[in-house]
Write a protein that binds this ligand. Structure first.
Ligand SMILES: Cc1cccc(C)c1Nc1c(-c2c(F)cccc2F)nc2cccc(C)n12
Length: 232
């Protein structure tokens, strides 16, 4: 059984990805006052703020993925728009499952549940949050998994898929090695991580439905959210 070890260049790649991932954190002051009752409108406004800052964080992270800015510009946009929902679900799941200050997780969950989102979306959302939480991913795994999600070659409108594959493949190989090193007692851990990416794709559908229902109820979005999801 050959010894698994990270090469120097893999070490350098991981350092770049983790730095990019850590560079921008989402403001955690989601619950200014812990006890006040919030209206549905206030909760939706908060989630819109969080979603907008998540898109900003996503764009900054993506720009720092080695090689991303050398891709065809239109493909860069296609990858960002095609992966935004999945990357945001992943990051919000990681924020949600990471130890937030005592009581903040419960308040945030309450505010999500009371933000006018239909139950049919709430259930898969928290199921996903729970399944990510149960993985107890380390920061390096979270950052690499997010980069791998963004560098998915078969997003709509991507012209040069091979170029995207050439960036994604070293990340997948590195994540595979990391999983073996971080979870030696769990040989199927890497497969479980990739299984989350499959679950993520199903959430795209729910998210699109939710956007439509919000628009029908004349909810206001920020310009950035309108741009990333082609909403008027
Ligand atoms: C921040 C947040 C956290 C949990 C649930 C929700 C509904 C949100 N907020 C939104 C999300 C979104 C996201 F940001 C991360 C994960 C899943 C998401 F549905 N997408 C959008 C798109 C337009 C407006 C909002 C308010 N919004």
């Amino acid at each position: 059984k050959e010894k698994v070890e990270i090469t120097k260049e893999q070490e350098a790649l991981m350092k770049l990805i983790v730095e990019a991932y850590n560079k921008h954190q989402i403001p955690q002051d989601v619950t200014k006052q812990l006890v006040r009752f919030y209206s549905t409108e206030e909760n939706f406004l908060l989630l819109t703020e969080i979603a907008t800052s998540q898109v900003q964080v996503l764009v900054e992270f993506t720009k720092n993925i080695p090689g991303f800015l050398s891709l065809d510009h239109e493909d860069q946009i296609a990858l960002l728009k095609g992966s935004a929902v999945e990357a945001m679900f992943l990051r919000s799941a990681q924020v949600f499952s990471r130890k937030m200050p005592k009581g903040h997780t419960e308040v945030l969950e309450e505010r999500i549940r009371k933000s006018g989102i239909s139950e049919e979306f709430i259930t898969p959302l928290f199921n996903f949050y729970k399944s990510v939480g149960e993985l107890h991913m380390v920061l390096e795994e979270q950052a690499l998994l997010t980069a791998i999600t963004i560098l998915t070659p078969d997003r709509p409108y991507v012209k040069d898929q091979q170029a995207v594959e050439r960036l994604q493949e070293p990340m997948v190989n590195l994540l595979k090695k990391l999983c073996v090193l971080q979870h030696p007692q769990e040989p199927q851990y890497f497969a479980r991580l990739l299984g989350r990416l499959t679950e993520l794709r199903t959430l795209n559908h729910y998210h699109a439905e939710m956007l439509t229902s919000w628009r029908v109820n004349d909810h206001k979005f920020t310009p950035l959210l309108c741009e990333i999801w082609d909403v008027q």
